[in-house]
Design a binder for this molecule. Structure first.
Ligand SMILES: Nc1nc2c(ncn2[C@@H]2O[C@H](COP(=O)(O)OP(=O)(O)O)[C@@H](O)[C@H]2O)c(=O)[nH]1
Ligand SMILES: [Mg+2]
Length: 335
């Protein structure tokens, strides 16, 4: 593909993986983990969260921790608008898609350009899945950093395609990053929880909640709110009105969601809580195998049975099945 073509905002025909993923996130020295004990224990982690919650900083600290644990992560950046990349991404969307050019060529604003960039990248995502497949035996953690605005990934077709492509190949979990400081407001906390809950039901994948920035604010108050409904009500007391009543009802409704949730307090600047997070990831992987994989297999099997029983497997498309537009249609129009 000619990269100088004016309408081509993609950098080349194929994705390439740099060897950066095996390097120390700070020192830049190379190492190899081919054939180590992490074999067949791999998991994809899709890092989601509101803008500014600390996703990119979290991926950077996680990369450092994984390197220290001698299981370097395979890092993938899916944020085309990221300016200063604090970690060495093995695959970076910016090497394939020129976000500024997308904005110019398609006359889009920043958010539209991010969505379009992600859509363009998704057309090559099969190559990424192949690369991940090839590295499955040498890397344990495949970490996907997503664009700042959560809805770009979560509510876009490409976000869904990326999630599904990974989850159908290997264990995959969602890491939902929350800014603990900002969630001191009970209403903000509730919005975040509803978002996390909707992601869980939309992706049907295990979810690990990362309560980030605990160097600034302990996450204990969130744990209290999640385990003791009364404590959440107390915090709501200061506020009155419709929103308070709604939050009260929502807190009751989310009770079951909280009880199954794996929540870990983390500081992405100091590294506090990172090893606890990795334990939660191991649990999420097991959950994927025990619950999600079984459900997925059952779904696939029932879809196969439906096709077989309805004799749809013999279905062939016939030319002319979809009526072509009548060229003389214009003649019917009243002049
Ligand atoms: N104190 C503190 N700041 C953090 C932490 N994690 C992220 N930040 C800061 O939060 C801001 C947003 O972080 P960033 O990783 O860009 O968020 P993203 O938009 O979700 O990728 C930056 O200024 C980070 O330095 C943390 O654990 N502690
Ligand atoms: Mg980011």
């Amino acid at each position: 593909m000619d990269t100088d073509t004016p309408n081509d905002a993609t950098a080349g025909p194929s994705l390439s993986a740099s060897d950066e993923g095996d390097r120390h996130p700070k020192a830049g020295s190379a190492t190899s983990v081919e054939g180590d004990s992490s074999k067949n224990e791999s998991i994809c982690l899709i890092v989601l969260g509101m803008a500014g919650s600390g996703k990119t900083t979290f991926v950077q600290k996680l990369a450092e921790q994984l390197y220290e644990n001698e299981t370097p992560g395979y890092l993938i950046n899916l944020d085309p608008a990221c300016q200063d990349m604090p970690y060495p991404a093995t695959i970076d969307i910016r090497d394939t898609i020129n976000y500024k050019r997308v904005m110019k060529e398609y006359e889009l604003g920043p958010n539209g350009a991010i969505i379009t960039s992600l859509n363009l990248f998704t057309t090559k995502f099969d190559q990424l899945v192949t690369l991940v497949e090839q590295k499955k035996n040498s890397h344990k953690h495949f970490v996907f950093d997503t664009p700042g605005q959560i809805e770009v990934f979560n509510w876009s077709a490409s976000g869904m395609i990326i999630t599904e492509s990974l989850a159908s190949q290997m264990p995959t979990a969602v890491v939902y990053v929350m800014d603990t400081v900002r969630n001191k407001n009970p209403a903000t906390f509730m919005s975040n929880m509803l978002y996390a809950c909707s992601i869980l039901y939309k992706t049907k994948l295990p979810l690990v909640l990362v309560l980030n920035k605990i160097d600034l604010q302990s996450e204990q108050f969130i744990r209290d709110w999640m385990t003791d409904f009364e404590k959440y009500l107390d915090s709501l007391e200061a506020e009155q009105g419709f929103i308070t009543n709604l939050n009260r009802s929502l807190a009751l409704a989310l009770d079951e969601f909280y009880s199954d949730l794996k929540a870990v307090g983390v500081s992405s600047t100091t590294g506090m809580g990172m090893n606890e997070f990795l334990l939660a990831v191991d649990q999420a992987r097991q959950e994927y195998i025990d619950i999600y994989l079984k459900e997925r297999t059952q779904l696939k099997e029932s879809a196969r049975q439906t096709i077989l029983s309805s004799n749809m497997s013999n279905l062939t498309l016939k030319e002319g099945a979809i009526p072509e537009e009548d060229e003389d249609d214009d003649e019917d129009e009243v002049p």
